[in-house]
Design a protein around this ligand. Structure first.
Ligand SMILES: [Cu+2]
Length: 243
């Protein structure tokens, strides 16, 4: 059975798994299917992230999709185990093999980027900033928006200098995660994303290609998807302009 899961919490993280620790497959991220299914027993999902999983529901007895205690102590810490869904298999359930290849995603090379921008995430819960700026309605200023040229590939270097985990979210495009300061990317980070977890003290680079939707008057947003951070100004805007 295939499940589409959205973490719609304002700030809470979920560490998903099953009560009998059965393995399941993650098959998709925010922006669609992964190249191949990834076998897991636990899957962390932050605010606004989406995943799709496939689980074999042939079973002699009921089993439970639950959230386990989170390792993320900074945001929405969940210490307990929470029941999310009890699955009651029926006799007619039968297993089907997953395809070996789910999707073909051409990896964007760092060398293809025309522009690299640093995005320094700093401040506390009440005064979070991106590159020293806190966006409020008073500071919304068309002349200060990032300007992105249609057709360009850009790298954004997300540098977390705060004590919180942030969920950096970009409108308009899906991006690829290029790399992380913490080490090699996990197999389930090789899909298309629009929201990325950046833990405190770490950095990550994302790469994206702007192929459509120019408008000189209507900006897109980028922001932390922890709503308390977003609402306190951890947000910025960009315009996509004709080349
Ligand atoms: Cu944040």
């Amino acid at each position: 059975m295939r499940f589409r899961l959205l973490n719609a919490s304002n700030e809470g993280f979920y560490t998903l798994g099953f009560n009998d620790n059965r393995a399941f497959y993650q098959v998709a991220t925010d922006g669609g299917l992964l190249p191949t299914a990834v076998s897991l027993t636990r899957l962390e999902i932050g605010p606004a992230e989406r995943v799709e999983i496939v689980v074999d529901v042939t079973s002699a007895s009921d089993f439970i999709l639950q959230s386990f205690p989170s390792r993320d102590a900074n945001n929405g810490n969940r210490n307990g185990t929470t029941t999310l869904l009890t699955i009651q298999p029926t006799a007619s359930a039968s297993a089907v093999a997953l395809p070996a290849t789910l999707n073909t995603i051409e990896r964007l090379a760092a060398s293809s980027a025309a522009v690299t921008r640093d995005m320094v995430l700093a401040g506390g819960d009440n005064n979070p900033t991106i590159n020293g700026q806190s966006m409020t309605t008073a500071t919304m200023d068309m002349s200060k928006m990032l300007q992105i040229r249609l057709g360009d590939t850009e790298i954004w270097h997300l540098i977390n200098r705060s004590r919180d985990t942030h969920l950096f979210h970009v409108h308009d495009v899906q991006f690829q995660i290029l790399d992380r300061s913490s080490g090699a990317l996990a197999a389930n980070e090789l899909g298309l994303k629009d929201t990325i977890r950046v833990p405190p003290g770490e950095s990550a680079r994302i790469i994206m290609h702007f192929t459509d939707f120019t408008d000189a008057m209507t900006p897109y947003m980028y922001h932390c998807h922890i709503l308390e951070h977003e609402d306190n100004g951890m947000m910025g805007e960009f315009l996509v302009l004709p080349a």
